[in-house]
Design a protein around this ligand. Structure first.
Ligand code: 5AD
Ligand code: SF4
Length: 494
């Protein structure tokens, strides 16, 4: 049973003071919010609508499911961004354009807020963990109502209550070291049949370009018992596909922490062991994981993938650059040769595996020779998909103080890389044309409602004729047409 199940408690809002113990305290605030919303509904003759808008990675998407879980529990009604009274932006700050996107959205909201007195704007996520950005928001966007960070997602109900009752801006960004209670929260899962599960939080790697360790804190692994219990509960709820989430899942385990202390130790229980145990759970058909750091990818993990058909044939293995010199400046702790060795081993043990990666161009000091080594690596590996990024200065990271590559050179390299990447990926993905594959149906196709969209085990997307009843089921599909990153297919029966 989840501690946050509000139905296990009476009406806590009648208590004279909020309880001091979390998560009871948050249940109290959810009850209080229920009361506030009931009054509003009566007065306005309608529901109060919310929308959580997510920027960035899978971690943020998963946090948003928790924010939505709290809002639903409190009695808000889900809606799209355009019609919402309460809009929460869960922000990303990994690159500068993510910041700019948020400012763009906020700029448009000021007028809307004037015309809708019920409108509240909340900001949370990675951007809010940076002091300079908080100061900027306080100065430029005074109409923002609540602000919180990555360590206090669990406090949403409390902050909203305070905003409604005190009628002033509420800013509460906790710092590292505070217990987060994320896993005790209700969730509103986007899909009923698949779910992300956090196995760890934070990152210890301090790649020299990256802001994540500063905004998500040090690495903390959840205990295997907690993770496996969560997954068993999800299976009971109808989930068959699990995505294990962490900034660097390969360094999972050994010491299990909450935000401030070690709660258990087991030096032998590592990520491959966890993966094996997850596969043993009846009802689970597919297990994915994200993200892997090449420096920690062990032979043991490759063997577990090979020996466990439930582990999806997909590895996202960010390389970032193809030159050992640049990798060293990035503090990545592997060489070009070592990376290629891992790829060889993976392909040898799991021949049908699909490999995807992240690559950055224009890291400080990158020369034309370095760049050509990246291009060469892309051609050698033969990725199924490459996510390409232009290096973006993040203040406070070591690379921000290094000598930058001129913008026009970076842009030219980026365009050249994109060209190689798309030619390369088309060739790779095309290799499945004509074959029959098991597909988990996920959605109605957004462009054509007589079609559905699903994913193969190796994460390749397939569109084919189908209907809403098929969502959540596994079907065999023949891949008839190859479209670059995805396929068009047709149902192939048993
Ligand atoms: N500039 C550009 N891309 C970045 N990434 C991380 N930090 C930066 C940055 N400062 C990319 C990396 C990472 C992905 C999630 O985002 O490639 O793998
Ligand atoms: Fe950032 Fe490197 Fe950690 Fe990934 S491993 S989150 S790139 S510091």
């Amino acid at each position: 049973m989840k501690p946050f199940d509000i139905n296990n408690y009476g009406n806590l809002s009648e208590l004279a003071y909020p309880p001091t113990d979390e998560p009871l305290r948050q249940i109290y605030f959810i009850s209080r919010l229920q009361g506030i919303l009931a009054k509003k509904r009566e007065k306005l003759g309608r529901n109060i609508r919310f929308s959580v808008v997510t920027f960035g990675c899978q971690m943020n998407a998963h946090d948003s499911e928790k924010l939505e879980g709290i809002l639903l529990e409190a009695g808000f009604e889900p809606s799209d961004e355009e019609n919402a009274d309460v809009i929460i932006y869960n922000t990303c700050t990994v690159r500068e354009n993510a910041n700019q996107k948020l400012y763009g959205h906020l700029g448009q909201l000021k007028a809307r807020k004037k015309s809708n007195p019920e409108m509240l704007i909340g900001l949370c996520g990675c951007m809010m963990q940076q002091e300079d950005i908080l100061d900027y928001i306080k100065e430029k966007f005074r109409f923002v109502d609540i602000v919180f960070g990555t360590f206090n997602v669990f406090m949403l109900a409390e902050l909203l209550c305070r905003r409604y009752e005190e009628n002033k801006q509420v800013i509460e960004v906790l710092r590292e070291g505070t217990r987060s209670y994320e896993n005790d929260l209700p969730e509103n899962r986007k899909y009923s049949f698949k779910s992300g599960v956090n196995i760890m939080y934070g990152c210890n790697n301090f790649c020299t370009y990256c802001i994540v360790p500063y905004v998500r804190g040090r690495e903390r692994s959840r205990t295997p018992e907690d993770i496996l219990d969560d997954i068993k509960r999800l299976v009971k709820d109808g989930v068959t596909e699990i995505m294990l989430l962490g900034q660097n899942v390969n360094s999972y385990g050994k010491k299990y922490m909450d935000e401030s202390s070690i709660v258990a130790e087991n030096p032998d229980y590592d990520f491959p062991t966890l993966l094996t145990d997850v596969c043993k759970i009846d009802g689970i058909r597919r297990v994915r994981f994200m993200t892997s750091h090449p420096k920690d990818l062990s032979d043991k993990l490759i063997e577990v993938i090979r020996d466990n058909p439930k582990v999806c044939r997909h590895m996202h293995l960010p390389v970032q650059a193809g030159s050992t010199r640049v990798l060293q400046a990035m503090n990545r702790h592997y060489t070009r040769e070592r990376y290629l060795e891992i790829i060889d081993k993976l392909r040898k043990e799991v021949p049908d595996i699909s490999i995807t990666t992240d690559i950055m161009v224009g890291f400080p000091g990158e020369t034309e020779e370095d760049f050509l080594e990246t291009v060469d690596l892309v051609e050698k590996v033969g990725y199924d998909q490459v996510f390409t990024f232009i290096y973006s200065i993040r203040s406070g990271t070591p690379a921000a103080d290094m000598e930058q590559v001129p913008e026009d050179i970076v842009k030219d390299r980026f365009d050249r890389l994109l060209k190689v990447v798309s030619e390369n990926a088309r060739e790779r993905v095309g290799r499945f044309k004509g074959t029959v594959n098991e597909v988990l149906v996920e959605d109605i196709d957004s462009h054509d409602d007589t079609m559905v969209t699903g994913r193969m085990n190796n994460n390749t997307i397939v569109h084919f004729k189908g209907c809403a009843e098929m969502i959540g089921s596994y079907v065999n599909v023949k891949l008839t047409e190859e479209k670059g990153f995805y396929y068009i297919g047709e149902l192939a029966g048993e």
